[in-house]
Ligand binder design. Structure first.
Ligand SMILES: Nc1ncnc2c1ncn2[C@@H]1O[C@H](COP(=O)(O)OP(=O)(O)O)[C@@H](O)[C@H]1O
Ligand SMILES: [Mg+2]
Length: 261
């Protein structure tokens, strides 16, 4: 069974239809790359998965549980939304770390907030916080940042900040980790270190969706690729097939921009 099934997602802003009919599924442990030109709807799709936007139509099913069904009347419930969001981890282009907190504090924060909602929080606070601390140190270590845990964001390079942001997403133990152009804000020499940790996650069978313009990375690391254009999935399949040998004219045109330069 697929860990994620996305069926017929549509989304408009005002009179602009941004997602026209997007469907795909993702198997546990696989990495899906989403490629496509700017404005094709990639970020909006990730935002719909994370319940930052509400789709107009379609279904989102995680582990067999229907998290969103556009045909059912929708009542916004914040606590319910927070629970649904936990299925997805989000790493954005801009790292969005809190400047007043250290790397470790940034990683621990969301888990600490969430823990407060647990019914036995008061009685078990010390034990719960200790566990969060251990998990956070483990996540930062996985990102190669064991020496940098007490640094503040301004003391870290962009690549290190992005790795903190990845650790922060990982520590929530999401079913699916989503990246939105994780290296677009980085200099080329820092891009490599971030791609390397994402590659490691993929090799360790982390279930991931990666929106990226790094075509060689998508081809080598992803198990599956989707090419989006104008709100549609134009072509999908094995990344080596799609990227080396695209079937659709629009995919070919898009990819030619990456091979000519
Ligand atoms: N909140 C919004 N309100 C209005 N238009 C939006 C909003 N978010 C995105 N759009 C529009 O939706 C289209 C797709 O945007 P986006 O999902 O960011 O594409 P991509 O990530 O592929 O570059 C763009 O034309 C963008 O201007
Ligand atoms: Mg985008």
């Amino acid at each position: 069974m697929a860990i994620l099934e996305v069926n017929n997602i549509e989304k408009h802003f005002g009179s602009t239809k941004v997602l026209k009919d997007v469907s795909f599924s993702l198997e546990q442990g696989n990495a899906l790359a989403i490629i496509g030109s700017s404005g094709s709807g990639k970020t909006t799709l990730l935002r719909c998965l994370n319940f930052l936007e509400k789709p107009d139509h379609g279904t989102i099913i995680v582990n067999g549980e229907t998290l969103f069904d556009g045909s059912v009347p929708y009542k916004r419930n914040e606590k319910e939304l927070r629970r649904k969001r936990l299925h997805f981890g989000m790493v954005f282009q801009s790292f969005n770390l809190f400047p007043q907190y250290t790397a470790l504090e940034n990683v621990m924060l969301a888990r600490q907030m969430l823990a407060k909602e647990e019914p036995d929080f008061k009685a078990r606070k010390k034990e719960i916080y200790q566990q969060i601390r251990e998990d956070s140190i483990e996540a930062l270590t996985k990102m190669g940042l064991q020496e940098r845990m007490d640094h503040y964001p301004h003391q870290l390079s962009g690549g290190q900040q992005q790795r903190v942001a990845i650790a922060r997403a990982l520590v929530m133990k999401p079913d699916i980790l989503c990246f939105d152009e994780p290296t677009s804000a980085l200099d080329p020499e820092l891009t490599g270190e971030v791609l390397k940790v994402i590659r490691n996650l993929a090799e360790n069978n982390t279930t991931m969706i990666i929106v990226t313009h790094e075509m060689a990375f998508a081809r080598d690391v992803a198990d599956q690729v989707i090419f989006m254009d104008d709100g549609y999935v134009v072509e999908a399949g094995d990344p080596k097939e799609v990227i080396n040998n695209p079937k659709e004219e629009r995919t070919r045109q898009f990819l030619s921009r990456y091979t000519e330069g």
